[in-house]
Design a protein around this ligand. Structure first.
Ligand code: SAH
Ligand code: SF4
Length: 421
């Protein structure tokens, strides 16, 4: 059973040559969007647009193909549909992409997009970050489900920000569509010159719901977006390549297995209720016993479909050998992977990242107990980078670039290696 410390070599991560681009100035213009609608909702939209009943399903199939196979963001592209209907649809609905406020590209191929969505009751437009990590043979996209979070995990920066609002199914899905646009991951769209992407096949092969927010507190929208992302006649991502990460909303875990069927990651971070109550306060509502029971009985869980347990390494808090022993004991019988994440400090955070030797001792113990997997080298330097201590090599870098580099390295660690290859 794999325990990954999935580190990417920071020497391969020079200062990000980040450049801001005004890639797409479109905003959604107040019309309802077809993006993110279920087929049934789209059939109703066809009825509103005056499409005769007998044709509605066929039209929905055509539009579905244009939106999700071809990546169309303009009704004018849809030449299999009559001009009259295209114009009629365009007068009532939109399929435009959100505005991309900023696109950053690191020299190692990591990309970040800052997207702006309309207020939708939040008072002002909201901005959401989506990150793409290319690795050998796969490209993983990290998607957000909420702006802010209602939960208050003490080590998490998002936890200090109040929930602004849930993202809609359209907004969750748009993060994937924008990434595929920008990577040339639709037929007839070009991959930007020099982009680092998997050498064959799709550019976005895996998605992880590990951005901002608790996806299981926005269940319906997340479900709808993921069902569309995995729809075989559209975006067609295998459910084994989609990983949903939760802090442990037990009723939502059961529903995820039954209604969405994607891979599960649990933000565990502590192996005793007393400490987990503090680090991940939702533990007071759904304590470890209930959480692990939900994992044990997660529909479809097997050695081929393991649950990932994320464990952030906090110096002197949860990183002792006795914690490692308890972790192994707790996970007994659950097909599991362990992802040790070096803590990423943020201004005002009360924790420090564990020392490298401590992380290594912890990792060695879980590896020795059957959670083995190759650990990428050179690890020590990676860890230093990720813990915000990359100094000597990057002393000459501007602080902003260094912070950005460290952030990207950490995000890569969290995001990479999830779901099937
Ligand atoms: N709300 C969901 C998904 C988003 S967080 C969840 O909690 O699972 C994605 C992962 O990043 C979680 O495992 C979270 O615990 C971890 N994380 C949050 N802040 C971190 C930090 N400062 N350093 C390292 N990992 C962090
Ligand atoms: Fe952060 Fe996830 Fe906790 Fe929310 S649930 S505060 S996003 S770790």
């Amino acid at each position: 059973m794999p325990a990954t410390i999935d580190l990417t070599d920071p020497s391969a991560r020079p200062a990000p040559s980040s450049k801001a681009v005004q890639a797409n100035a479109q905003t959604l213009d107040g019309k309802p969007t077809l993006i993110g609608m279920s087929r049934e909702e789209m059939v109703a939209a066809m009825a509103d647009a005056g499409v005769p009943e007998k044709q509605r399903k066929m039209r929905v199939n055509q539009i579905w193909h244009w939106l999700y196979v071809r990546g169309s963001s303009d009704f004018a592209d849809m030449h299999t549909i009559s001009r009259e209907l295209r114009e009629n649809l365009a007068a009532r609905y939109t399929i435009a992409r959100p505005e991309i406020v900023e696109e950053q590209i690191s020299n190692d191929g990591t990309r970040k997009w800052l997207m702006r969505f309309p207020p939708r009751g939040a008072g002002r437009p909201v901005e959401v970050e989506t990150v793409y990590i290319p690795e050998e043979g796969r490209g993983t996209l990290c998607i957000s489900s909420q702006v802010g979070c209602t939960l208050t995990c003490t080590f998490c920066h998002t936890g200090t920000q109040k929930l602004v609002r849930n993202l809609t199914a359209e907004e969750i899905l748009s993060q994937l569509l924008v990434a595929r646009d920008r990577l040339g991951d639709f037929p007839h769209k070009d991959t930007p010159q020099g982009a680092i992407v998997p050498s064959e096949g799709r550019k976005v092969t895996n998605i992880v719901m590990m951005g901002m927010g608790e996806p299981l507190y926005n269940f319906d929208h997340v479900k709808q977006a993921l069902l569309i992302a995995s729809d075989g006649d559209g975006l067609a991502l295998s459910r084994r390549r989609i990983t949903l990460s939760t802090s442990g909303v037990v009723p939502g875990i059961v529903r995820t297995g039954e209604e969405i069927g994607v891979m599960l990651a649990i933000s565990l971070h502590a192996v005793r209720d007393e400490l987990r109550d503090e680090l991940v306060p939702i533990n007071k509502k759904y304590p470890l016993k209930e959480l692990l029971e939900a994992c044990r009985t997660y529909p479809g869980v097997s050695n081929a479909r393991r649950i990932t347990f994320e464990y952030v390494m906090l110096k002197g808090v949860n990183d002792s050998l006795s914690d490692a022993k308890e972790l192994v004991r707790l996970l007994k019988g659950i097909p599991a992977k362990i992802n040790l994440i070096p803590f990423n400090p943020w201004p005002g955070s009360a924790y420090e990242c564990s020392d490298w030797e401590t992380i290594e001792t912890f990792a060695d113990f879980v590896n020795a107990n059957g959670y083995a997997s190759p650990i990428r080298t050179p690890r020590g330097r990676d860890i230093l980078a990720a813990c915000g201590q990359l100094k000597s090599e990057s002393e000459r870098m501007r602080k902003k670039d260094r912070d950005e580099l460290e952030n990207m390295a950490l995000q890569a660690m969290m995001i990479s290696g999830h779901g099937a290859d």
